[in-house]
Design a protein around this ligand. Structure first.
Ligand code: MV4
Length: 448
């Protein structure tokens, strides 16, 4: 096992990783920006190194400063968490050439999955179902029309360098294609310095269902079942759950097998997530692979009983994955508590938390870096807590979440708590019959 791990991140995930390191007896190094001097990851780590001014670009994204911090503290591994440098192939590469273990997959793997068309081609070759569409990049209108006519409208244009919903355009008829292609190419060039697009059949009212996977350095692969992440707003997940209300044992087995095939074909190593679109007929299609631990990993931990951060450290250190079959039971739901105002279109709401009270009890977990007196800086993502509940049934989990949300008190800033309270009462949410369009049609009613 490692002797000392540097955590190249902040917030709740930095705390989550520090806690696991402590359980292993691994020493920890926090890095922090000038805005995070009073942050808990700085207090709870054995050592802390300031790496720059508040903006992420000048601190948590500055590769040379993070490598320097690892070198002066003699850290032998770096955990990137999620966001920031977690899917930066160059960072993974520099860690390796500096003699520091990057806790994650190889740079090649990150590159392959970062190119959305190449990732799709790789999965298709491995026998994973993919959405019908172009084989790779589409450069011109004539070719785009040809493909659209073969697969039929509506279609969706996606940026090769995009992902997570950025750089997409739905096209419903041929007469809109020329314009859409030009605009999407322009946006992709502006946004990602790469105008390349590919085409897919547009799946109406899909669910977003992802499979948690792991590979080790000995060619073993396991999956930990699915998470349903269909409750999103502008491609930001707000609620995730495991298992999915629409996935039965047969579908779970099929999706799990497909995910494992995908991992095997690239000899994937570390934690990963394979995202699928599931259509109304419950057909599933590969969408993207994330080569990191994800925000919503706790719902999988709750239903499987496996600590996924612990497993990341184990496989990075060369240990083998557990050989026992992964069993899942019960139901887990996560609500993301963001410092955003649901009354004003989820506008960011940074500032000082004047009062903070967390819910608790059997099957209630709060992963957070917040506390009474903490100042939420305006520079980073707005996640301040993940409220995760576990119960035997989905109904039980929803009821537990509703009462936990009633208890959760955050004063001084606006949060998504009142929004989640309403979703828990919504008949469509409670029935489990929703798709990725759910939040667009959800009417949030201001309460007094
Ligand atoms: C799609 C799709 C429908 N058909 N692809 C959005 C995020 C990015 N990873 C891919 N996304 C989508 N791709 C085809 N062929 C619909 C979406 C989509 C979506 C997917 C998951 C969760 C929320 C979403 C919201 C809007 C669109």
């Amino acid at each position: 096992m490692f002797n000392k791990v540097l955590i190249a991140n902040r917030g709740e995930i930095a705390l989550r990783i520090i806690r696991v390191c402590k359980q292993f007896g691994i020493k920890t190094v926090a890095v922090y920006s000038q805005a995070d001097r009073d942050a808990l990851h700085v207090r709870f780590a054995d050592e802390a190194v300031c790496i720059g001014p508040p903006p992420g670009k000048e601190s948590y994204l500055k590769i040379p400063r993070i490598i320097a911090a690892a070198e002066i503290t003699n850290a032998d591994a770096i955990h990137p968490g999620y966001g920031f440098l977690a899917e930066n192939a160059r960072f993974a590469e520099i860690c390796t050439t500096s003699g520091i273990k990057f806790i994650g997959p190889t740079p090649e793997m990150i590159n392959t999955m970062g190119d959305k068309a190449l990732a799709k081609e790789t999965m298709k070759k491995a026998g994973v179902p993919v959405v019908p569409g172009s084989d790779g990049v589409v450069k011109d209108l004539a070719r785009a029309i040809e493909i659209a006519k073969t697969i039929g409208f509506p279609i969706i244009l996606k940026a090769v360098a995009g992902g997570g919903g950025r750089g997409m355009r739905i096209v419903r008829e041929e007469s809109d294609l020329e314009n859409a292609l030009q605009t999407a190419q322009h946006e992709a060039e502006q946004g990602f310095n790469n105008p390349d697009l590919y085409i897919e059949k547009y799946i109406e009212q899909p669910r977003h269902i992802e499979i948690q996977v792991f590979g080790d350095q000995h060619g073993n692969f396991v999956h930990f079942g699915e998470r349903d992440c269909s409750i999103q707003r502008r491609h930001q997940k707000l609620i995730e759950e495991a298992p999915s209300p629409v996935v039965d044992d047969e579908l779970r087995q099929k999706m799990g097998e497909a995910a494992i095939k995908g991992c095997q074909s690239v000899q994937y190593d570390g934690a990963g997530t394979i995202e699928f679109l599931v259509d109304t007929d419950r057909h599933f299609y590969f969408m993207e692979m994330n080569t990191r631990i994800q925000v919503e990993h706790p719902v999988t931990e709750e239903v499987t009983g496996h600590d996924l951060i612990k497993l990341q450290l184990r496989v990075a250190a060369g240990e083998k994955l557990p050989r026992r079959k992964i069993k899942a039971e019960g139901h887990a739901i996560e609500c993301r508590i963001n410092s955003e105002d649901p009354y004003t279109n989820f506008r960011p709401s940074p500032g000082k938390i004047t009062d903070f009270h967390m819910p608790g009890g059997f099957g209630v977990r709060v992963d957070t870096h917040a506390y009474a007196g903490y100042v939420v800086p305006p520079y980073y993502d707005s996640l301040i807590a993940k409220l995760v509940v576990f119960a035997q049934t989905r109904d039980g989990a929803i009821n537990k979440m509703a009462s936990a949300l009633e208890e959760f008190t955050v004063e001084g800033i606006k949060t998504t708590i009142p929004f989640h309270r309403q979703v828990m009462k919504d008949p469509r949410f409670r029935s489990g019959k929703f798709d990725t369009g759910f939040l667009d049609s959800f009417q949030f009613i201001p309460e007094d």
